[in-house]
Design a protein around this ligand. Structure first.
Ligand code: SF4
Length: 389
């Protein structure tokens, strides 16, 4: 990058000026990862100090049966496939109850678009989960699922959200966003929920007082300009509603065939590579700088590995998800030795070892528990340190 442009962008960041689309594209074109990290870390420190938030949650996928066939998805199964499953409500409750000893504060529930499950199943499952675990916040359903519920119930999203909230829904999840630009979206997304409906449903949720996460699936067939466009759409909606709590860049995964039938379901695998760690760190940094009105940027460590998750804390990230005991959608596609289970103590040490102060939060980003700051270098040198994979 031209030295003059570099100085200009740096001055804008330190003056707190909003970055433009062209600025975002220029930042992605820079190979100076250290410089990008310094800018993003400045922004992250202004907003969140040396704090790293995390929550103790469980991911629950009620069904992997899906009417859509998104090109990148290794999770979905068609009815009758060998490892297709759908949980009965009592099964879902039993699985959630198994986690009670973990002192979880959140259940994160996303599912396939099941062709025959009736709409009534969904509020019912929330009600029963809430009755079984009254202190646990229910973060459930993507905007894509809410649009699917409109289709299968004949109700409006307004009525659907009211009923789900009455049944205990605390927040929607941020999934289904992928990449909004149609140039890319038409090749990877098979369901009918695109920017117009995704933004309509999150806007509606925000108008009801709900705070929601936002996501982006990166590192497949998109180019940096599509990532910039994606973030700017979200930033504009955030200007309007203020309802997004966090932005989560999700790393596109190859299908490493740990499924029972050995099939590769990812249809763009042959012409894609997964984002490298450096590309992921760049994406975190540029996202933090561009999405200036969202309070938090999260690294979902299951998709990035623990070392990149630690490094991401110096590239704009201030939130780590979470104590995941079971996460099917990603784990089906992961072969990097990343554990699919981390507990509170593991996360605390991961954050301390990276030099930050852990803070446990709930779904609303309220602080549940504060912890000490990271130990000093002298303290760290005094005892052997754990090496993370
Ligand atoms: S990404 Fe979601 S909607 Fe698309 S095929 Fe997979 S489970 Fe279905």
């Amino acid at each position: 990058m031209d030295a003059g442009l570099k100085r200009e962008l740096e001055a804008k960041v330190y003056a707190g000026e909003r970055l433009t689309r062209e600025d975002g594209i220029a930042l992605y074109a820079s190979d100076d990862l250290t410089w990008l990290g310094r800018l993003a870390h400045h922004k992250r420190t202004e907003l969140n100090g040396d704090r790293v938030m995390f929550n103790v949650n469980r991911h629950l996928n009620l069904t992997n049966v899906c009417s859509a066939s998104c090109a990148y998805c290794s999770f979905q199964r068609k009815p009758g496939e060998k490892d297709a499953y759908t949980m009965r409500i009592d099964e879902a409750v039993r699985k959630a109850k198994e986690m009670e000893d973990e002192q979880l504060t959140e259940l994160h529930i996303v599912n396939g678009l099941h062709p025959t499950l009736p709409w009534r199943y969904y509020p019912k499952v929330l009600r029963e989960l809430k009755a079984a675990l009254p202190k646990v916040n229910l973060k459930a359903f993507t905007a894509t699922e809410v649009q699917w519920f409109e289709k299968i119930s004949g109700l409006s999203a307004d009525q659907i959200l009211d009923e789900l909230m009455d049944a205990g829904l605390e927040s929607l999840t941020g999934g289904g966003a992928e990449i909004f630009d149609w140039e890319i979206r038409q090749h990877i997304v098979d369901h009918a929920c695109h920017w117009e409906d995704w933004s309509r449903i999150h806007r509606l949720a925000h108008s009801k007082g709900m705070k929601t996460p936002s996501t982006m699936l990166y590192g497949h067939i998109e180019e940096p300009r599509h990532r910039v466009d994606h973030v700017l759409r979200l930033r504009e909606l955030q200007d309007e509603t203020g309802g997004f709590q966090v932005f989560i860049p999700l790393r596109y995964q190859h299908d490493f065939v740990d499924s029972a039938d050995g099939k590769i379901r990812n249809r763009i695998q042959a012409r894609t590579t997964m984002a490298s760690p450096a590309e992921s760190l760049k994406t975190f940094a540029v996202s933090r700088l561009l999405f200036d009105n969202v309070p938090h940027v999260k690294c979902f460590w299951v998709m990035h590995g623990l070392s990149v998750a630690q490094l991401s804390l110096n590239f704009g990230v201030d939130d780590l998800d979470g104590s995941v005991v079971e996460y099917k959608i990603t784990h089906d596609a992961d072969s990097y030795g990343t554990p699919n289970t981390m507990h509170r103590d593991d996360l605390l040490h991961l954050i301390w070892d990276a030099g930050f102060r852990p803070m446990e939060r709930n779904t609303r980003y309220e602080v549940v528990r504060e912890y000490d700051a990271a130990p000093t270098l002298a303290q760290r040198r005094a005892e052997p340190q754990q090496v993370w994979a």
